[in-house]
Design a protein around this ligand. Sequence first.
Ligand SMILES: [Zn+2]
Ligand SMILES: [Zn+2]
Length: 368
Amino acid sequence: MGKQIKAAVIREKGKVGFETVTIAEPKANEVLVRLVASGICHTDIAVLEQFLPVQYPMVAGHEGVGVIESVGPGVTDLAAGDRVIMTFPSCGVCDSCKNSHPYACEENFRLFFGGDYADGTRRLTGADGVEIGIMFGQGSFATHAIANQRNTIKVDVDSDEALAKLCSIGCGIQTGAGAVLNRMDPRPGSTIAIFGVGAVGLAAVMAAKIAGCSTIIAVHGRRGRDLAVEFGATHTINGRDGDVSAKIKEITGGKGVQYALECAGSLDMVTTMLDSMAKEGTAILVSVTADAELPIRLEPQIMNPSLTLAGAVEGCSNPKVFIPELVKFYNEGKLPVDKLNKFYKFDEINEALQDCHEGKVVKPILVF
Ligand SMILES: [Zn+2]
Ligand SMILES: [Zn+2]
């Protein structure tokens, strides 16, 4: 049974090839989504280039948006014809999930990168009869995907074109905006520094403005400075240019920032971030992955300033609540995520992945 779809399958490191594969019917609590568009995020590059230990064959892609074609048994809040954003998966039964903290799901690493759905099975089969894994409980680099209702969020938009602009809300924007609004929850008037202004960092800048931070310092690389200013950064610092933490201290009257977010994927930046904090500051990591080790001088950097250093997966978000909030901010003009987008045809996926990898485009979007 099932239907034939077109999918971009990874069978060896660094290579994506189009294949006709079979997708099964949705099982209990699942939906079949016809993709309208999918964002590309650096985590897709990590899967493609084996920066993370994933097994192939796999269909990557985890910022899919589309229209529900059919629903499996037990689906309650979604129906055929609904326009949806797919987001990160969670098991639904562990302590974190029961406490509405699905980002901290005990199964999250397996569900993000293991290739299977939560029940340990797969829905895609290649022409050779061998099953194909999917990333993040969706695998959005395909014309169709199956997702659980837990990671499928209905959005109120009136066209596919409008929906396609919102892809990045499913991962990158949720990660950056959530780290600020959910994890930090800064009081109005707070000071914040954001290290790295790709899609995640720019979302954090927008969120810091929404939260009413009065000093928003964007530490940028070759690109991103102008967008950071457009979205609300009050100060910018070139991260490659001199003593960044000294400049942050100077901007904040010698105190350092109360909040900081590292989303540049750079260990050096983490060290700089720790040296840039005010007393009792909160420093959040969202992008440093794999087995990176960080030298920390405990007394001066953590103990004496009573600093909090923490990680935040997917913006510490409960997506059923937070994604509709982000869409509302977008509709109000406070979260202009569409300004990050560059659209590509699905057939141009290799070019889009390359542009993402090289940082030429903040948010490449594949359109189906
Ligand atoms: Zn769970
Ligand atoms: Zn992502």
